[in-house]
Design a binder for this molecule. Sequence first.
Ligand SMILES: Cc1cc2nc3c(=O)[nH]c(=O)nc-3n(C[C@H](O)[C@H](O)[C@H](O)COP(=O)(O)OP(=O)(O)OC[C@H]3O[C@@H](n4cnc5c(N)ncnc54)[C@H](O)[C@@H]3O)c2cc1C
Length: 394
Amino acid sequence: MKVAVIGAGASGLMATCAILAKGHQVVVFDGNDKCGKKIYITGKGRCNLTNLCDKQTFLSNVVRGEKFLQSAISRFSPYDTVAFFDKLGLKTKCERGQRVFPVSDKSSDVISALVKGCKGAEFRLNHKVKSVVAKECKFLVDGEEFDRVLVASGGMSYSATGSDGSGYKIAKSFGHKIIDLVPGLVPIETGSKFSSLEGLSLKNVEISVFSNGKKFSQFGEMLFTDRGVSGPIVLTVSSFINRNVPKEMFLDLKPALSEEKLDARLLREFDLNKNKFLKSVMTALLPKRMVDVFLKEADINGDRRVQSITSQERKRILKTLKCFTIPIKKLYPIENAIITSGGVDLQEIDPKTMQSKLQKGLYFIGEILDVDALTGGFNLQIAFATAIAAASDF
Ligand SMILES: Cc1cc2nc3c(=O)[nH]c(=O)nc-3n(C[C@H](O)[C@H](O)[C@H](O)COP(=O)(O)OP(=O)(O)OC[C@H]3O[C@@H](n4cnc5c(N)ncnc54)[C@H](O)[C@@H]3O)c2cc1C
């Protein structure tokens, strides 16, 4: 068969390797002059290519499409991904949180390995596919005839990588429904209220948000940006609230301590430092840069001596430490998102083969589908596993 793969990204290249291995002719189109531009920027240039966990853990990190992905992840697991790259000569290592990276720490080596596996395919770079039309039992891709077509054009974030959403138009032209596209794994805009904290990173904190009647909490590290918040726990939370963005989130600055224990700690600090100014005593509990903003939130003047702080005021400090309210204006735009949430409606795709239920011979793989997961290598594994599922049908 003559097969067209639209997109030389993670899923397109993986599918090409697997379809070539079955002896078919493959033509890979990409609008860029190079393959894998998005892979290049993954994992801060190191490419966290998968997560070495079991299927259940994997699926618990999937935000959308958990059921749909069961079959593909069973067939091509994170261990298969590691073995696949090993065969192509790419050595990998497993880091904290079971995240897998190339030993070289270079995403370019992942791209090179994939391209090596695609030996024998015809690459049409600098060719952005505009139209795919079904013609009898064949397809015309920008006028050229093919037996089957795989759309592997990615989502629509970081559009300079070539993933600009043009694949959705192709899907729509075959009558596919596109589930609303919203940003996933994206910073959250809070307005300028905390702009003085820009660049401040907080470790071992917990944020909680309420959305759709559910509470989502994440423990770990966050970062204040010029107009909002980012960092691992914020990115994760954003994926849970992106379809129903609440007005505020709550930051527990001392999640390891219960209110009772924290109050005892405050009493001890205050007792030891009776004559000191409150703002200097608070540096024992908070990063120095945060103290002024914190005391403003607690509505207490930091230039007062600790001995003058009433028990009611101490309770306000306690409450603010456990529940510091951060307003939410909106999520950052999709362009800044690590992943696009939404995409080709999974109801119209066969989960075993990724074939369209509306058009025989047409397949959708990777981020263009309405699937997304948390950080940790899960999204690339989804791209690889859906690609292998499609190739299994050849
Ligand atoms: C900053 C950042 C960091 C990330 N880090 C990680 C990470 O460490 N681990 C992880 O698991 N995931 C990570 N991701 C997510 C991961 O990169 C994507 O989920 C994955 O690349 C999706 O693969 P894909 O094949 O669906 O699409 P892509 O890899 O985006 O590839 C799509 C390709 O299709 C091409 N294309 C689009 N439209 C057309 C057209 N009409 N004609 C021809 N070509 C077209 C594009 O040029 C592009 O090359 C990261 C994402 C970003 C933005």
